[in-house]
Design a binder for this molecule. Structure first.
Ligand code: ACM
Length: 267
């Protein structure tokens, strides 16, 4: 069994020092978990006024007090931590997710599907949709609004992901409709760690959750509270892709008939 914690966070906008302190404290409460998932942009907050402000708050992950703090917990507890991260790379900004283990940064994903004003701040992710083999697990990462794109879920599913860690800053309820369906269609687990609070005109709605390969909720968190939820799963359940004795969700596909999807305009 794999013990997982979701940290539903209320970060303080643009105050990394305060957020590092707070997340450090919260991680002390998840020391028994094998995998901990934190929200999108956990160390900075979300709603940057402009690109200039966003640049002033971005860091290289290799030179970040926040990442050092995460690594120290991963080392002490021999656990995996996934966290959203406001990434500076090669003079560009990416809305990223880091996979942290006792060895440091073991994996990275950069959000491909940018939401609203993120388009004025970030570059679309350029790392594809990777799946990492880590401590006997196959783990993929998507970030928040990526959830709306079935193609992304399918790719990580076909690459063998058993669990998708999904750091989020959600503002609608749509993810609670779409994600259970994707978990069921691809037969994997999804762990969505959302945040709470308001930044200027945006209110984040909490309600983090985890779903199993049947699309059923394992846990659902409240809307308004910074809180932690810990639960156990058997990740091997995601290896069974049979939805009936005669139907395999991947092997029953007809990829040759889907090639049209690569064309920009099908009208
Ligand atoms: C979002 O992608 N943060 C809604």
């Amino acid at each position: 069994m794999l013990k997982i914690s979701i940290i539903q966070l209320l970060p303080k906008f643009a105050d990394q020092r305060q957020n590092i302190k707070k997340i450090n404290k919260l991680l002390l409460r998840t020391s028994q978990s094998d995998l901990v998932v934190l929200p999108e942009l956990a160390s900075t907050g979300y709603n940057f006024i402009n690109k200039e402000q966003a640049f002033s708050l971005a860091e290289l992950p290799e030179n970040s007090e926040y990442v050092e703090m995460l690594v120290s917990h991963a080392q002490k507890n021999k656990q995996i931590i996934v966290s959203g991260y406001h990434e500076l790379y090669d003079n560009n900004l990416f809305n990223s997710s880091l996979l942290i283990t006792e060895d440091g940064i073991a994996g990275k994903y950069r959000k491909v599907h940018l939401f609203m004003n993120e388009k004025a701040i970030y570059e679309p992710g350029d790392l594809g949709f990777p799946v990492f083999s880590i401590k006997g697990l196959k783990l993929g990462m998507l970030i928040c609004f990526d959830y709306l794109f079935a193609e992304a879920w399918r790719i990580v599913g076909l690459k063998g992901a058993e669990i998708i860690a999904h750091p989020s800053n959600l503002i609608t309820q749509n993810a609670t409709k779409a994600i259970p369906a994707q978990a069921m269609i691809n037969r994997f687990f999804v762990v969505t760690a959302n945040r709470t609070g308001t930044e200027r005109n945006i209110t984040f709605n909490g309600r983090s959750f985890a779903v199993d390969p049947n699309g059923d909720f394992i846990v659902r968190l409240p809307d308004d509270k910074e809180t932690i939820s810990t639960f156990s799963i058997n990740p091997k359940a995601a290896r069974d892709k049979l939805i009936t004795p005669l139907n395999h969700v991947f092997n029953d596909r007809f990829p040759d008939m889907y090639k049209e999807i690569l064309e920009k305009d099908l009208t």
